[in-house]
Design a protein around this ligand. Sequence first.
Ligand code: NOJ
Length: 565
Amino acid sequence: MLLSCGSNNPKLTGDTTDRKWWKEAVVYQIYPRSFKDSDGDGIGDLKGIIASLDYIKGLGVDVIWLNPIYSSPNDDNGYDISDYRNIMKDFGTMADFDTLLSEMHARHLRLVMDLVVNHTSDEHAWFKQAKSSRDNPYRNYYHWWNAERGKPTPRWSFFDVNSDAWKYDTTTNAYYLHYFSRKQPDLNWENPKVRGEVYQIMKYWLDKGIDGFRMDAFQFVSKDTTWPVFPPGYDKHIIQYYGMGPHLHDYLQEMNKEVFGRYDIMTVAEGAGSTLADAMSLVDPARHELNMAYHFEGMDVGNFDPNYSLPDFKKVYSKWDSAFAEKGWISIFLGNHDQPRMVSHWGNDDPRYLEASAKMLTTFLMTMRGTPYCYYGDELGMSNIKFDKMSDYRDIATLNKYLSLRQTGGDTASFIEFQKRSSRDNGRTPFQWDNSTNAGFTTGTPWIKVNPGYPAVNAAAEEKDSNSVLNYFKKAIRLRKLNLTMVYGNYTLLDRDNSSVYAYTREGEGKKFLVLLNFKSSPATVVLPPGINLSKATLVLQNYPGPSKNNTLQPYEALVYDITP
Ligand code: NOJ
């Protein structure tokens, strides 16, 4: 673990904020399978990440969040763990991990690991024991329903072909619960032994020196084990029914006492319930649970419609900002491994607009309050691959949904079209290092196709071009790093109903900034309050060369002004 940071940052003028390194950090998320392959097997690995640390450090980020790297049969690309204390063979060895961590810390980069403990793999030793007999000591590590009681109360599953979260197992004539795939049985958190095992696993990694956890699907761990019947259509409101179960807070407080409270770490759960109050209850410092909320309301705006409503988007981010203005802390992100690419989703991947819109979105991430999470490749402007054929897809979510549609006679053609905008595989293609074969990701055959846009969009070319998306990304991070206003300053939305321009100020720590972002492909005008005079403002970041100082923005233009009085 690194020493408490903040010391390299400029001094605060209004010292009212509760400074924390994880608030001031910029997180870079790596999907290890797709980052850099060092041994030619077509799969990214730890040695590949180690070799790329200078590139990552050069971005200006502080924290790397690694998607799961533990032993796994890979039904869900590592989110099905068979051994929490070992490294997946595809990715390397524990010695590689130790090198990665020490090389990161030598560069003052922190490491946050994914902790997947709502479920294990069905190939985990606990589950193998549990399913072997009803009186096995590990039986209660999971949720079972004995078949002589009849069928269990229906539960919906994210990845099951039949959407059925109960899988019948012949060995003991019982069903087990799996909210995700059949190979991801849910752990029974009511069992104190399970919780104790998890705390030991967490300490194992923390004692190695890692700097925090991103806790996968954690809002689902506590279940009402009286298994009440849910009303028809509950599966359309799954967070409401599955999230924030009866003992979730008890478990988090226990975990905090047993583990978190003993280390200076970043703790973030995936998902934050279905209301602002739920989210606050997870991160209110007085409750001693987690330190950062990661909500999905922003991601849900428009359901992948490229013509999503900008006022709706603003409404979500403004609402979340104001709810956490006084206490608690949130994350800001526009993409991750479960989402399509940021630029295709929220910007415009037409070659005419790709660069400008990728830069504009980066400006948004770096000028909002909350910890920004940047997803690997977004710093280059990587876009959706938009596969035409099902055979190109690798993701269990897409593959099983397709099978299910075929079984039920659903509209597979529209499904394939929709996947071009929504599939998780869009965000999982190999990192584009250079313009050599396979974008320099591997000398072998990549596990998933490389985006054909790589000859233009790649790190080597962008490093050399001072106007590239990559160099803009570095500038935007620098702006945030030099101005704590961007981290802690108050956010005020301007011109609320403007359907093209997102305008806001950030004020505090003795400074005031104005951010103007055109989210549309046509020029757009912003209406500013009389107190803001652009002719007196200093432009500190811009994504077009030489913008004129008036209120009309070019397509996807981004402008940040210092308007400190
Ligand atoms: C959420 C993860 O982000 C996703 O990739 C995974 O498939 C599910 N949880 C199940 O672990």
